[in-house]
Design a protein around this ligand. Structure first.
Ligand SMILES: NC(=O)c1ccc[n+]([C@@H]2O[C@H](COP(=O)([O-])OP(=O)(O)OC[C@H]3O[C@@H](n4cnc5c(N)ncnc54)[C@H](O)[C@@H]3O)[C@@H](O)[C@H]2O)c1
Length: 389
């Protein structure tokens, strides 16, 4: 397959690029390196410095003799996107290229607007470029489980059948997201659904849970292949942050009561799920939704597992409940369906003690890189004062 990976410099994009290349697919990677700029703006850095994308791709060729094509540009620039799609003629587009952080989007008016303009414009440009240059290609778009929020009923995979006044219909599942970032994904979902219904495009929206993990089969091959792993309050997802806090002897910061329950998956399973979606495309005109996670945990359950892993490593890991900077339910019903990827053959890597132990060992190796100031949340959903120019 010709696989075009948008956002190929990121935490998930780079390992995905290596995964498809290793499988013999023809890989094209595009990115505008915006994430690296946001890191500088926030004064944060990944746990381990990440080489430039150009260098990683050169090293990949040297080690595997496989070429990847790289194109640098911004998806909000429609000329860049049209040229890219015309040149690459992809069979599959894996679209990761968005601002991915809820706290970043909730910082102030400017970051909220930026997040929505960046994410929505980029995805609209992708849809229009598909229509023009590769209408048979399959879009595999990264959405999030956070689009659904925490409803008091079971979460279905994308659609729900409703009986209303004696009539029945199947409609998109209602969304109650908890940040401007998550809202951008909801708006994307509607735009993609529309393009499938009206133009006959084919797409799979992967409503992904929270990803954890440092290594994949390919990142472990060479120090240059490591991916951008964040543990900070802006881009660090919860378990990734806990592992690094434990490694440097800082308490695990638990927002509020810790009963917040979400779907989680190992970064290795992100690659497996995207691969399964890409190799089993949806039909023309079909907007397919998969809930992409393997297990549900409350934040408290994760903290307990982290404490146990610390004990195994001879560390005394403490838990610190702090004021929740977000507006979210801290105790709630949560039962999300996730069977469609399993039906396609997903073989999950579950969160065993050994997985946490191995993440902890890696984090300990790089403990001198850790900036402890970056653990505590500095962005609040309400109450912050916006600085006006
Ligand atoms: N990491 C998770 O836990 C998680 C969970 C659910 C969904 N997702 C989604 O998966 C995708 C990838 O997440 P990630 O953690 O790898 O994020 P990331 O920030 O590491 O990667 C995103 C990449 O996209 C690039 N990008 C952003 N806007 C762009 C634009 N306008 N033009 C070109 N490139 C652009 C960035 O520079 C970055 O390299 C995101 O869409 C994110 O919302 C991630």
């Amino acid at each position: 397959m010709r696989v075009l990976i948008l956002g190929g410099d990121g935490y998930l994009g780079w390992p995905t690029a290596m995964h498809f290349s290793a499988a013999g697919d023809d890989v094209w990677v595009a990115d505008n390196f915006a994430k690296r700029k946001w890191e500088l703006e926030e004064g944060i850095a990944p746990l381990v410095a990440v080489p430039t994308l150009h260098r990683r791709i050169r090293r990949w060729k040297a080690l595997t003799d496989k070429t990847m094509h790289i194109r640098v540009g911004d998806l909000t620039n429609h000329r860049f996107v049209y040229n890219l799609f015309e040149e690459a003629q992809p069979d599959v587009i894996v679209h990761y290229a968005e601002q991915p952080s809820a706290p970043y989007s909730m910082q102030n008016r400017a970051t909220a607007v930026f997040t929505q303009v960046n994410n929505l414009t980029g995805t609209l440009n992708v849809l229009f470029a598909m229509r023009r240059h590769c209408p048979d290609a399959h879009l595999v778009k990264l959405g999030t489980m956070g689009e659904y929020g925490t409803p008091n009923i079971d979460i279905e995979e994308g659609y729900i059948t409703i009986n209303h006044n004696g009539r029945t219909d199947t409609v998109l599942y209602p969304k109650q997201p908890g940040s401007y970032y998550h809202l951008s994904k909801v708006h994307d979902s509607h735009n993609i659904n529309f393009a499938c219904r009206i133009w006959g495009l084919r797409a799979t929206d992967l409503n992904q849970g929270v990803v954890y993990g440092i290594d994949t089969d390919q990142t472990a091959l060479d120090p240059d292949f490591r991916t951008s792993f964040h543990y900070d309050h802006v881009f660090g997802t919860v378990l990734n942050r806990f592992v690094v806090q434990a490694a440097v002897g800082e308490p695990l910061t638990l927002y509020g009561k810790g009963g917040q329950t979400r779907g989680f998956l190992n970064i290795r399973d992100t690659l497996q799920c995207v691969d399964l979606a890409a190799r089993n495309p949806s039909n023309a005109g079909e907007y397919r939704v998969f809930n992409q996670f393997t297990e549900q945990f409350s934040v408290m359950e994760l903290a307990d597992r982290m404490v146990a892993a610390g004990k195994r490593a001879g560390l005394k890991v403490k838990i610190r409940h702090i004021d929740n900077p977000r507006v979210e339910l801290e105790e709630h019903y949560y039962n999300a369906k996730h069977s469609k990827l399993n039906e396609l053959g997903l073989n999950p890597s579950l969160l065993t003690g050994a997985v946490i132990d191995s993440m902890l060992a890696t984090a300990q190796t790089y403990r001198s890189n850790v900036d402890k100031e970056m653990f505590l949340p500095q962005i609040r959903w309400v109450g912050g004062q916006e600085r006006l120019p």
